[in-house]
Design a protein around this ligand. Structure first.
Ligand code: G4P
Length: 283
């Protein structure tokens, strides 16, 4: 499968982010816990250099818990602060305030040395589409959605959400674009739904996903769909269509329907909590 991404408006988004990043102390980068490397854009390291860095492994409710622990250790070993969260269900959010203080300890100490007291940490959420930026902002700022309004020195129109005494969050997230030099990155992003489905052939995507899962989590597909995992991917798709009664008009098997079923099941976590890449692949 070949993936392409058409940046277009992304150039503008990147320019906007370069401006916004000047205003902040802390970059809160959201990634998908199931594919934490494929769902980050490495340009953020350049854009966010000299800033405190926090990576949120979001959707951890859908990810493999043991792998999430290893990913956390992996990113921490590279100097990032890391919290695993499930923004949709408000899980893991409590830990974030403390970690923000840790991540910004240097800035807080620097302010103090200069006699600046209580200047809040300013944070901005960034990430590729669909990783949960809006969900996170709503969930994290929910109770504190009172905006602080414009301030001198801040570009007109910027809205800051005062989260607590110590932290203000820019209310609009920075949207990054996925990087597609490696086609497997595109494939993994398609599996999690971060690439528009109309760009992708569902049957091919479902067969690729079956191959991934059979290799990484043996028996999960057999258990869920009652299919023989030693078959070729197209045979497995056929078996799923048969076993799940995916029938088109005229009585033929409906492969598109079976493909969608598999993809939706994976995205909703019903095949199991599964990562599709592991830190060991990136050592
Ligand atoms: P974005 O701003 O980064 O583009 O992402 P957004 O918050 O819109 O979230 C994208 C989708 O991911 C949403 O689902 C959202 O509910 C879901 N999501 C966000 N955080 C989590 C999480 O921690 N766990 C799980 N399981 N899902 C999460 P949607 O299908 O587009 O909408 P809806 O079903 O919530 O209405």
């Amino acid at each position: 499968m070949e993936f392409q991404w058409y940046p277009g408006h992304m150039t503008k988004a990147k320019r906007q982010m370069q401006e916004d990043i000047k205003l902040i102390d802390l970059v809160v980068e959201i990634v998908d816990a199931r594919v934490p490397m494929s769902s980050r854009n490495p340009d953020i390291d350049e854009l966010g250099k000299n800033k405190a860095r926090l990576i949120l492994l979001n959707k951890c409710d859908l990810a493999d818990a043991a792998a999430t622990d290893r990913w956390k250790a992996f990113f921490e070993s590279k100097g990032y602060h890391v919290v695993a969260i499930d923004a949709r269900n408000n899980k893991g959010m409590k830990a974030i305030n403390n970690v923000i203080n840790e991540a910004c300890a240097e800035k807080i100490a620097r302010d103090r040395a200069r006699g600046i007291k209580n200047r809040p940490v300013r944070a901005m959420v960034v990430g590729i589409p669909n990783v949960g930026k809006s969900t996170f902002i709503n969930s994290f700022a929910g109770r504190a959605s009172a905006k602080t309004g414009n301030k001198p020195g801040v570009t007109k129109g910027k809205q800051w959400i005062k989260l607590n005494k110590g932290v203000e969050l820019l209310d609009t997230p920075g949207i990054l674009w996925p990087k597609f030099e490696d086609q497997t990155v595109g494939l993994r992003l398609a599996f999690i739904g971060s690439i528009k489905d109309d760009l992708i052939q569902q049957q091919e995507l479902a067969m690729e996903l079956l191959k991934y899962i059979v290799k990484l989590y043996p028996n999960a597909i057999a258990d869920r769909y009652g299919v023989d995992e030693s078959q070729e991917a197209h045979e497995m798709l056929q078996s799923v269509a048969q076993n799940r009664n995916c029938i088109a008009k005229g009585g033929d098997l409906d492969y598109d329907k079976a493909a969608l079923l598999i993809i939706d099941d994976y995205r909703n976590g019903v095949i199991g909590r599964m990562d599709l890449e592991f830190p060991e692949d990136y050592k």
